[in-house]
Structures are given as structure tokens and as C-alpha cells.
Design a protein. Structure first.
Length: 610
């Protein structure tokens, strides 16, 4: 580690004087027993001893399950780390994870630096209290997701098990209003008006219909701007001139249309196209026969969730909800309450307050939500044609869908001229301080979702910057797979000798090695690659800016008291120490319990000023 990199240890800090090393892939992946290991008394743990020589060409070594002692010989001063990764879908409890029993070296060396306790983690702050912790969000705005849209599972209609299920608790089916053809604003007053389903409770005035639980109502909206590829609808109660608070003006609506028009063809070249079909009771039909807005994208502007307050610093900036891809006939005949809320067409929704107060962030959100719409058209819609049950429908898991939406924002950041504080890069402080609370394939609730978003973005940013940039992302977005399989197939299609699991393993290098030798060809966030009409900027993950301080991914101590739960495809980063000179280092490990836990030792040339 570089001399100016502050060591933060989150739990169980022990001032052990250690000097060590690590290597990546110095030995072949070996060992590993199937299933769950029986916990052993450490006194009776008789694993074997492994020896290796660090030569700088490889930096990561997997510690086999049957290895108790690792003897490392190095010909230079080195930094040494331990990384524990969970390659399974279940949480590995911290008491079942391995730890370092002892570390020693035959050659004389300097002791480890004094460890500094991380005040944030040691203060007892829980993940649900993160909203009130300063120094976490670079811009001060906490972006939330819209749960009903996120958790919607598209029902298969006209097939066994496909109708009658509701993703919105307590709703009953409703009938959408008759279609009208939308024309230019000046052509017809009637065609510039719509009544749209939104999440505004029926206790407020101005609605024409309401859902059975009163959480969703139809509200009048006016077409305030029209672009080449979009209509901008503003709920009447959220329109004003001049714009103020949660009410926007026609100028704001026109600017939104212009931004989306500029993004539309560029995003489609990389991520693919949204569907021009709709889901009917007996299959897919052309959108021209099921929607009064045809093939244009409808962007609806209002105060999402009705949460506006003066000085608001958190909320949902936007969402795409696939229920709008169902026809009015499907809503009427299926009995499904959620698709009864369909607005019949290509729709996504953005928040009026944030359009006023954080326009750059909102413009970035356009790319984010459009990717969700495209993902539904690329992955899910084609799979519904012959599906008989919902299990046969291809639906991206939340982590991978959100990862791709944030990568889309990342790719257009330079083109849009968006500052880091208004881009997904602003999520990295959450990642650096809290990565261990959410695995990559997790998706947490409440305020904890901020860590899931941050982790998904960090992995996507790493993938793009190390394994093919725009070419790789295009393959992930457009192939006929989802989640881990989509990444593996994309790596293969772009000529990489990698899989999802292999790039996940190497992720550890990008997170702890700030001085990797060139011969190791270690991955790094600090690379610029081609984006969309601009570059995806290089990111120094060891100097992530959060208000007035720099952060890097937290390093834990290595003893038994410093263990944390390993979430699904989660990890924990540990610093063992550093040496002043060459010599031999011996690391003794506790016995293994879980076969899905992978323990790696990583080493790099020492970069300390002593």
C-alpha cells in the first residue's frame, strides 16, 4: 500500500506485529472438499504445509482447504493481504469463515504499522441508519429504488399458472381507459391529455379512478413536450411556470425531451432496442395495435411517491415498470391486479422535484431507466412468446439489471457532461465503507439497498474497464442469457479466456493492490475505456472522494474476532502487513468449514515510506 493510504480496520482490531506476503495464482487451484466441512478443534487441525516463492509475475494464490501452513519466500519487501470470497448463493456465517492463527517470518523485518480503528464501523451504526451518516454520499442525495417496479415478475397470460397473480398486494383488476391516438400538442387538445396510473394516494384530489387499496390513482396529465423519440407527460398537479419545488415548467419538459432524444440512438447502439410489441392475453401483439402512443417512449413527470419536502435529500429519481407493456385487453381479462395498472405503452417515470433541483442527475437517470426498458425488450419479451409458466420467462435478477443500468450511466457521463457527484461514481463511498454488508448477487431492502447499488456498480465498472469496455457490455446486454451466465457468454464471445467466476476471483486484485507489478497484468479500476460518444473515466478506487475525505475499500484485521459474514458472492478484504526486506514468511490458517469459501493471499511490492 502507498504511504498515504490510511488503514481502516472495522472490527476486532488486534495490534499484532505481522509482516507478510501474498500471491495470486502462484499455485493451481487445488483442494476443496464437496459439501459442508465438519468444524474442527484448532488444536487437532492437521492440515498440510504448502511452500511458494513470490517472483512478482503472479499476485494471487488460493489457499487450498487442506492447507494449514503457507510458507512464502520473497526476494523483496512486500505488502500482504488476505481476501475471503463466497462463491455460493447462501450466506456464510462469520463463525464459519477461516482466519489467520499466526504469522511469522524467519528474516528480520519491520513490524506492521499501528492500526487505526474505523470510527464509523466501531460506533455501532447499523446499515439501516446509514441515511443519517455523513461522509457516505458524495453529493448528499440518497437515491432510492421503487420496490413495486423492481419486484414485478411478468405474468404469462393464457397459460397455466400465469394469470391471477398480483405483485401489488391487495389490488384487484381494473380496466384501462379507451385508447386515443396522440398527436402533436397543437393539433388536438384532447390528444394532448391523458389519465395515467401513478402511485399517488386517493386521498388527494383530481383522480378519475383508484385501485382497490387506494395506493394508485389515475391522474390527469398533459403532453408538455414532444421529441423525435419521446413524449413528455407532466401530471397537471405538478406543472407550473416558472418551475418551483416539485412543479416543473414547459421549458424543463422540453429540455428533458432534448436530452432523451440525444441519448436514444446512442444507448440503443450498445444496449440494443426496446420492444415494439406488447403482451396480450394470447401472446405478443404490435405496439401500434395496443398503445395510443405507438413506438415513442413516454416519460411521465410527477412527484414520485408524493414525498416532496423542502430541502429533500432522498427519494426515487425514476423507475421503469414492465406492467405498462401489457395491453388494455390483458388488463381486463387476466384478473392480474398489477397489470390492471398498465398505461399501455413504452413508459418510464421521473421525479419532478429532482428534475428541478438535480437536473444532471436526472438526465443520467434517463439512460438508467431506458436500459431497464431495453433489458425487458432484449431478454424478457422474446422468452414470453412460447412460455407456459413464469419460470420459463427470462428475467434478469435485480443486481445484474441495476449493474447494467449504472454502467449505462457511466458510459454516457462524459457525453452528457455529468459531474461525478451526479453519476454512479458517487456510489463508490458507500461501496468502500460497506461492501461486506451486501454480496454481489444480493439485493437488500430499506436503506441497505444503497450498499447493494454501490456493489453492483463497482463490479460493473470493474468489468467494463478490464474486459472489453463497450464491446463486452454490448454482448452482455444483447445475448440471450441473464445474470452470471450472460457475463460468462459475453466474455467468451469477445475472445476472453474468462468466466464470471474467474473475473470475480480477480476482482480482489483490483480492490487491494495499488502497486501491482506490471508483469502480473493485474486488473484495475484506474483505466479509461471507450464509452458512448466519450470515455468511461479512470477511477482511483484507493482515493474515492467523499465530501472532504478520501476513502478506499476497508481492510479488516486477520484474527478470529475480525471475521464478518460473507454474503452471497460477497467478500471481505484483510490486511496482514508488510515487510522491509526479503525473507521467509509463514502463515498459519484455521481449519475450513464451508467449501464455498475461497481464501486468497495477495502480494505486491511494498510501497511504504518508513
Amino acid at each position: 500500500m502507498s504511504g498515504n493510504r490510511k488503514r481502516l480496520f472495522v472490527v476486532g482490531v488486534s495490534l499484532v506485529l505481522l509482516c507478510l506476503v501474498s500471491a495470486c495464482g502462484l499455485l493451481s487451484d487445488s483442494g476443496g472438499f464437496g459439501g459442508l466441512f465438519a468444524p474442527q478443534s484448532e488444536a487437532n487441525w492437521n492440515g498440510r504445509t504448502e511452500s511458494l516463492e513470490y517472483n512478482g509475475s503472479q499476485v494471487q494464490y488460493e489457499v487450498p482447504h487442506d492447507v494449514c501452513t503457507l510458507s512464502i519466500t520473497t526476494n523483496e519487501a512486500v505488502d500482504v493481504f488476505m481476501v475471503k470470497m463466497n462463491t455460493g448463493s447462501a450466506v456464510i456465517p462469520k463463525v464459519s469463515t477461516r482466519y489467520l492463527v499466526s504469522a511469522s517470518r524467519a528474516a528480520e523485518g519491520r513490524s506492521a504499522e499501528s492500526l487505526e480503528l474505523n470510527d464509523f464501523a466501531s460506533s455501532g451504526v447499523t446499515i439501516d441508519g446509514l441515511e443519517n451518516v455523513s461522509g457516505i454520499s458524495a453529493d448528499g442525495i440518497i437515491r432510492k429504488d421503487y420496490v413495486p417496479a423492481r419486484d414485478f415478475v411478468p405474468p404469462v397470460l393464457g397459460a397455466a399458472g400465469g394469470a391471477g397473480r398480483s405483485a401489488v398486494e391487495g389490488l384487484s383488476a381494473v380496466v384501462a381507459e379507451p385508447m386515443r391516438t396522440v398527436k402533436a400538442i397543437a393539433a388536438s387538445v384532447d390528444s394532448s391529455k391523458k389519465s395515467l396510473w401513478v402511485d399517488i394516494p386517493a386521498t388527494k384530489t383530481g383522480f378519475s379512478e383508484k385501485s382497490s387499496d387506494g395506493k394508485y390513482t389515475k391522474r390527469p396529465a398533459t403532453l408538455q413536450a414532444e421529441g423525435n423519440y419521446c413524449y413528455i407527460w407532466v401530471l397537471d398537479s405538478y406543472f407550473a411556470s416558472p418551475a418551483s419545488g416539485s412543479k416543473i415548467s414547459s421549458e424543463k419538459a422540453k429540455a428533458l425531451a432534448e436530452k432523451f432524444d440525444a441519448l436514444y440512438p446512442l444507448v440503443r447502439k450498445v444496449f440494443g432496442t426496446e420492444s415494439d410489441d406488447m403482451i396480450n392475453t394470447d401472446g405478443l401483439v404490435s405496439i401500434s395495435s395496443g398503445s395510443d402512443t405507438g413506438t415513442k417512449v413516454n416519460i411521465v413527470v410527477y412527484d414520485i411517491e408524493g414525498d416532496y419536502r423542502d430541502g429533500q435529500q432522498s427519494g426515487t429519481l425514476g423507475y421503469f415498470w414492465a406492467k405498462d407493456y401489457y395491453t388494455a385487453a390483458a388488463a381486463k381479462e387476466s384478473g392480474d391486479a398489477t397489470i390492471g395498472l398498465t398505461n399501455c405503452g413504452k413508459y418510464f417515470y421521473v421525479d419532478s422535484y429532482f428534475l428541478n433541483e438535480a437536473p444532471e442527475m436526472l438526465y443520467s437517470t434517463l439512460a438508467h431507466e431506458f436500459q431497464h426498458m431495453i433489458n425487458f425488450g432484449q431478454k424478457t419479451m422474446p422468452s414470453m412468446e412460447n412460455a407456459q409458466t413464469e419460470a420459463q420467462v427470462l428475467v434478469s435478477q435485480t443486481w445484474s439489471n441495476e449493474m447494467m443500468s449504472m454502467v449505462c450511466e457511466d458510459m454516457v457521463q462524459e457525453y452528457l457532461g455529468v459531474q461525478d457527484k451526479d453519476s454512479p461514481i458517487a456510489r463508490l463511498p458507500w461501496f468502500c465503507q460497506n461492501y461486506y454488508l451486501s454480496g454481489l448477487t444480493d439485493w437488500l431492502g430499506g436503506n441497505s439497498v444503497q450498499v447493494s447499488y454501490a456493489g453492483a456498480y463497482a463490479f460493473g465498472a470493474y468489468l467494463a474497464r478490464n474486459y472489453g469496455g463497450k464491446e463486452l457490455i454490448k454482448e452482455i446486454a444483447t445475448n440471450k442469457y441473464v445474470d452470471q451466465q450472460a457475463i460468462t457468454q459475453a466474455l467468451k464471445s469477445t475472445g476472453k479466456n474468462e468466466t464470471f467466476d474467474s473475473v470475480f476471483k480477480k476482482y480482489a486484485q483490483a480492490l487491494v493492490l495499488d502497486n501491482a507489478p506490471p508483469a502480473a497484468n493485474a486488473p484495475s479500476f484506474n483505466r479509461s475505456v471507450e464509452g458512448i460518444n466519450g470515455n468511461m473515466k479512470a477511477i482511483d478506487i484507493f482515493k474515492v472522494q467523499s465530501q472532504d475525505e478520501e476513502l478506499y475499500p476497508i481492510l479488516f484485521d486477520t484474527n478470529a474476532n475480525s471475521r464478518v459474514d460473507l454474503r452471497p458472492y460477497g467478500f471481505a478484504l484483510h490486511s496482514i502487513g508488510y515487510t522491509d526486506s526479503e525473507g521467509e514468511i509463514q502463515l498459519t490458517f484455521s481449519s475450513p468449514v464451508e467449501d464455498k469459501e475461497k481464501v486468497y493471499i495477495l502480494v505486491q511490492p511494498c510501497n511504504h515510506n518508513h
